[in-house]
Ligand binder design. Structure first.
Ligand SMILES: [Mn+2]
Length: 255
């Protein structure tokens, strides 16, 4: 795999599993991994951001992250994507849920589990900088943590994000933080998809009851959710032309 690539492209063969927003839930992480055939190089797994920062009593963010780093090094078919919670450590930016500073909490958790902050935090930040922002499949799917950005007006703008290494511009900010309705609408999704020549988009970030279709965008909640925990199990050899076809690839964790 190329160094420092923000866009991972998957060919039109094999299988793709997509899940998102684990937020430190080790039990769910293990359940999703059981569905993945790590030894089959055509069986891909995408973890669509926010694997750290727990909202649960038992925060397994460090255990999950250590395992994700190992698997990312070992397997070319394992694709973690950057979320805004991982980004907060790159940017050294506080991230609050209510009154809890989750960035600070994670640093405390590292000290608790490893008995010192460094070199662990620096290694984690280097890893966050090495993972993609986007996965694009040849059969028509584009995956990012959230977005799209209204700032992306043409293909050159998109290429700029992919080739740049800045984490602080409006483009990058929007694909990590944007909310549907507030920051983009269904027309923005369609405009962006046309621009990058994909048919449907998959995001996490916004908490829903398992899944929600927002125009041509599927919002997934696979662990931290308002009820159901949903994921995608996609045959990459079959074109996905529209939302109806994507919805056929949807599964729930406890079914
Ligand atoms: Mn998020």
């Amino acid at each position: 795999m190329d160094d420092n690539t923000r866009l991972t492209e998957l060919p039109s063969r094999g299988r793709l599993l997509v899940f998102t927003d684990l937020h430190g839930n080790l039990e769910d992480y293990r359940k999703y991994l059981e569905k993945w055939d790590s030894g089959d190089s055509d069986c891909h797994i995408v973890i669509d951001g926010d694997f750290i920062h727990s909202i649960y009593k038992e925060d397994c963010s460090v255990e999950i992250l250590d395992d994700i780093i190992d698997k990312f090094k070992m397997h070319d078919n394992f694709h973690p994507i950057l979320g805004n919670h991982e980004w907060s450590h790159i940017a050294n930016a506080n991230l609050f849920r209510g009154t809890v500073n989750q960035k600070k909490d994670f640093e405390n958790l590292i000290v608790e589990k490893k008995s010192s902050l460094e070199p662990y935090l620096s290694n984690y930040i280097n890893f966050f900088k090495a993972i993609p922002l986007f996965v694009k499949t040849e059969n028509g799917i584009f995956i990012s943590h959230t977005g799209p950005s209204r700032e992306i007006e043409n293909y050159e703008d998109f290429e700029f994000i992919v080739e740049d290494d800045d984490y602080y511009n409006e483009f990058v900010f929007s694909v990590l933080w944007a909310r549907p309705e507030k920051d983009y609408n269904e027309e923005d999704v369609s405009y962006f998809l046309k621009l990058i020549e994909s048919n449907v988009m998959v995001v996490g970030h916004t908490v829903v009851d398992g899944y929600e279709a927002f125009g041509n965008q599927l919002i997934l909640s696979s662990s931290f959710s308002r009820g159901r925990k949903c994921y995608l199990d996609i045959d990459l050899s079959r074109p996905i032309e529209n939302m109806d076809e994507l919805l056929k690839c949807l599964k729930c964790l406890d079914d």
